[in-house]
Design a protein around this ligand. Structure first.
Ligand SMILES: Cc1cc2nc3c(=O)[nH]c(=O)nc-3n(C[C@H](O)[C@H](O)[C@H](O)COP(=O)(O)O)c2cc1C
Length: 207
């Protein structure tokens, strides 16, 4: 059974909701899944905790454990939930990667399948750049990138303003954060989880 870790950062809950859909997909493929959140920066907590939406979303995630380096080595596959910050990953997520330099030095994540899901405020706010720039450090770790192909994700073939691309699953939170992940976005997120779990199993069987 493939062990899949979902590491995410979510200020307002959209990525957390997507993470749960990804986890369902891992389970559907018979995988074992662990969801872990990225620790918040004290300065960001202080700046944002006056916002009711931030407070409510953090409350919902209160029981989710914070990611550890042991989680990263435990996993056969790792899926990253990365909301857009100025078109790329949040610094909170980068700090987790930067702190894992010891794992990089040992090649501890090499050969593990990986994927990214994202969220942005606006439809062209940087979903694709966020996923593709997140891929850069993941390749330094030697991970094997898993995308979201059109064949099983026909929802992507649309002119409507929904998330989902060949690069990974995504949702649009809306400029004021009030839009929730749509059914099609959650479905694609779930399929991403299934795909990583299947790739992780196949790679483990081939060893
Ligand atoms: C500091 C900051 C920078 C952001 N930069 C962008 C951006 O470049 N493009 C965009 O569409 N949304 C941007 N957003 C909106 C977030 O991407 C959005 O709130 C997030 O995807 C919602 O996910 P969450 O509910 O899991 O936090 C930004 C938000 C913050 C707080």
């Amino acid at each position: 059974m493939a062990k899949v870790l979902i590491v995410y950062y979510s200020a307002y809950g959209h990525i957390y909701e997507m993470a749960k859909a990804v986890a369902d997909g891992v389970k559907q493929a018979g995988g074992e899944v662990k969801i872990a959140k990225v620790p918040e920066f004290p300065a960001v907590k202080e700046a944002m905790s006056a916002q009711p939406a931030y407070q409510a979303a953090q409350q919902l995630q209160a029981d989710v454990p914070e990611v550890t380096q042991d989680d990263l080595t435990w996993a056969d596959g790792i899926i990253w939930g990365v909301p857009t910050r100025y078109g790329m990953m949040p610094a909170q997520m980068k700090q987790v990667l930067d702190a894992a330099g010891g794992l990089w030095a040992k090649g501890a994540l090499e050969g593990k399948p990986t994927a990214v899901f994202t969220s942005s405020g606006s439809i062209h706010g940087g979903q694709e750049t966020t996923i593709l720039t997140t891929l850069v450090p993941l390749l330094h770790f030697g991970m094997i990138f898993v995308g979201l192909p059109y064949g099983e994700n026909q929802e992507q073939l649309t002119a409507e303003g929904i998330g989902g691309s060949p690069y990974g699953a995504s949702t649009v939170a809306g400029p004021d954060g009030s839009r929730r992940p749509a059914e099609a976005e959650l479905t694609m997120a779930s399929r991403l989880g299934t795909r990583v779990a299947r790739v992780a199993s196949a790679l483990a069987a081939a060893k």
